[in-house]
Design a protein around this ligand. Structure first.
Ligand code: PGA
Length: 236
C-alpha cells in the first residue's frame, strides 16, 4: 500500500521536524510512506528519513525544463533535491493557478525524464458528479494527461474535488466505480490512490476496497497520531 501525505502550504522547519520524528518513530508497517512537504522543507524531511522507508516528493514542478521562470522549480531540481516523487495536477493547482490537463501532461513528461514518479491527481467537481458526468470527466482527463506518457511510470490519485478538505468522503461504491474504470483504462498497469477527507477513522475501510492501492491524505497527515494510524494499515 502507498500512504501519501500532502502537507500543502503548512509547517515551519521546527514543526516539520517534530511531525516527521513522531511519524518515523511510530511507524510499524511495510507500506510505502510518501511525504510531500513544501519545497523549503524537503531537505529537512529527507535528512530525518534517510535511514527509513519514507520517501519524499514535491507538491508540483514547472511546466518548463529550465530558464527564466522566476519562482518556478523544475523537475530536474526536484530530483536533485533528493525527491523521488512529485504531485501533479492537484485540484488546488487547477483551481488557483488554472492548471490544465495539457500542462499536467507536459509536467509528467519532464518529471519522468528526470526519473521522478509523478503522482497525478484527477477528479470531478460536485457539479459534474451531480450531472452524471464523472466517468466522462475522468476519461477526458486521462486522455489528455496520458498522451505519450507511460502510465506504469506514474501513480494516479483519484480525488473528487468536492471531497478535498470538506470532510465529505466519497461513498465506497463511488470510489470503486471510478477506480475500476481507471484500472480498466490502463489494463491494470497503474496504481490508484484515493484522496479526499481520508482520516484515521475511514482509512482502513477505503484501503480495503478493490483497486485501491493507497491513499493521499491532506489535513489528517498534519496530525502525527492520525497519520500514524492511517500509515500502519495492515492488509488482511
Ligand atoms: P484532504 O486533502 O485529506 O484534506 O481532504 C487531500 C488532498 O488534497 O490531497
Amino acid at each position: 500500500m502507498i500512504i501519501a501525505a500532502n502537507w500543502k502550504m503548512n509547517l515551519t522547519q521546527k514543526q516539520a521536524v517534530s511531525l516527521i520524528n513522531s511519524i518515523a518513530n511510530n511507524l510499524n508497517t511495510k507500506n510505502n510512506i510518501l511525504i510531500f512537504p513544501s519545497f523549503t522543507l524537503i531537505e529537512t524531511v529527507k535528512k530525518l528519513t534517510s535511514q527509513k522507508t519514507i520517501f519524499v516528493g514535491a507538491q508540483d514542478c514547472s511546466v518548463n525544463s529550465s530558464g527564466a521562470y522566476t519562482g518556478e522549480v523544475s523537475a530536474e531540481q526536484v530530483k536533485d533535491s533528493g525527491c523521488n516523487y512529485v504531485i501533479l495536477g492537484h485540484s488546488e493547482r487547477r483551481k488557483y493557478h488554472n492548471e490544465t490537463d495539457l500542462q499536467i501532461n507536459k509536467k509528467a513528461k519532464l518529471a519522468i525524464k528526470s526519473d521522478l514518479t509523478p503522482l497525478i491527481c484527477i477528479g470531478e467537481t460536485l457539479e459534474q458528479r451531480k450531472t452524471n458526468q464523472t466517468i466522462k470527466v475522468i476519461k477526458a482527463q486521462l486522455d489528455e494527461i496520458y498522451t505519450e506518457v507511460d502510465a506504469s511510470r506514474t501513480i494516479i490519485a483519484y480525488e473528487p474535488v468536492w471531497a478535498i478538505g470538506t470532510g465529505l468522503t466519497a461513498k465506497n461504491e463511488e470510489i470503486i466505480e471510478v477506480h475500476n474504470y481507471i484500472n480498466d483504462y490502463f489494463s491494470g498497469k497503474v496504481r490508484i490512490l484515493y484522496g479526499g477527507s481520508v482520516n484515521e477513522q475511514n482509512s482502513d475501510e477505503i484501503l480495503a476496497l478493490k483497486n485501491v492501492s493507497g491513499v493521499l491524505v491532506g489535513g489528517a497527515s498534519l496530525v502525527a497520531e492520525k497519520f500514524i494510524k492511517i500509515a500502519n494499515f495492515l492488509q488482511k
